[in-house]
Design a protein around this ligand. Structure first.
Ligand code: NAD
Length: 254
């Protein structure tokens, strides 16, 4: 099924000022996508939507929800879908880091990280694909991490790596089931990207050390990731599904 002329992408986790999500929302709006934003804080999600509509002349709306809560996510996407043109794509970016070493991980920390980074992807995907299969067309892209591919070795540790590896298995499985219904499901797996997710620990020294570890000697930018997402949700990516695109400067090759 062809894309409609007016199409909406919903992004979770797109309200943080220097995050990948907000940069991606701008990148996609600039290329004609209408935009729905889901983030923890309702006012922040709406503020980003207002900024996007003003800057790019597309329709945009925001809604607050904790992605770990299936009911909140469903209500948020219900509202965005009612306010915006046909929902064609979902991008799951909402996530938290977890620098806790394995032997110090509490049950609470494990549940917190898995409930946001893995259950959250399931909740938003589940709601969004219900609409996509009705229209016979859809694109889902979720953010994993090089730490899922390499077993950590980055800022975040086991709980994060486990959740992000879960996102890869989840995406392949949904891809297999929903391919025949017109929905593609893929993953973008970033290396270290210059955002605030590492809570101010990403110093210039740390950036230089991480850059030295890769084939391309720099850390990534939100735009590097936005461009990969833009491709995977495009109409032209309709023969690509179940894939994990590593955008990590060559940190992980397989
Ligand atoms: P960020 O902290 O700037 O943005 C994360 C966003 O998710 C924020 O807007 C935050 O409010 C939102 N969020 C957090 N918990 C939420 C919840 N429970 N419900 C709804 N929204 C919630 O981080 P970022 O670096 O832009 O990360 C975006 C995605 O990319 C994450 O999934 C992250 O794991 C992944 N990633 C980032 C890097 C990196 O180096 N920055 C590397 C690999 C993967």
């Amino acid at each position: 099924t062809a894309f409609p002329a007016d199409r909406t992408v919903i992004l979770t986790g797109a309200a943080s000022p220097r995050g990948i999500g907000r940069a991606t929302a701008h990148f996609l709006a600039e290329r004609g996508w209408h935009v729905g934003i889901v983030d923890l804080d309702d006012a922040a999600a709406k503020a980003v939507a207002t900024e996007i509509a003003a800057e790019h002349g597309v329709q945009a709306a925001g809604a607050g929800a904790n992605v770990a809560d299936a009911r909140q996510v469903r209500a948020a996407i219900d509202g965005l879908e009612a306010a915006l043109p046909q929902l064609v794509a979902l991008v799951n970016l909402a996530g938290v880091s977890s620098p806790v070493p394995y032997l110090d991980v509490t049950d609470d920390e494990w549940r917190r990280v898995l409930s946001i980074n893995l259950d959250g992807v399931h909740h938003a995907t589940r709601r969004a694909v219900e609409s996509m299969v009705e229209h016979g067309v859809g694109r889902v892209v979720s953010l994993a991490s090089v730490s899922a591919q390499r077993g950590g070795g980055t800022f975040s540790k086991t709980a994060y790596s486990a959740a992000k590896a879960g996102v890869i298995g989840f995406s392949r499985s949904v891809a297999r089931e929903l391919g025949p219904r017109g929905v593609t499901v893929n993953v973008v797996s970033p290396g270290p990207i210059d955002t605030d997710i590492m809570g101010g620990t990403l110093t210039d020294d740390r950036k230089a050390a991480m850059a030295a570890d890769g084939v391309l000697p720099r850390i990534g930018t939100p735009r590097d990731i936005a461009a990969a997402i833009h491709y995977l949700i495009s109409e032209d990516a309709g023969f690509v599904t179940g894939q994990t695109l590593n955008v990590d400067g060559g940190l992980y090759m397989h």
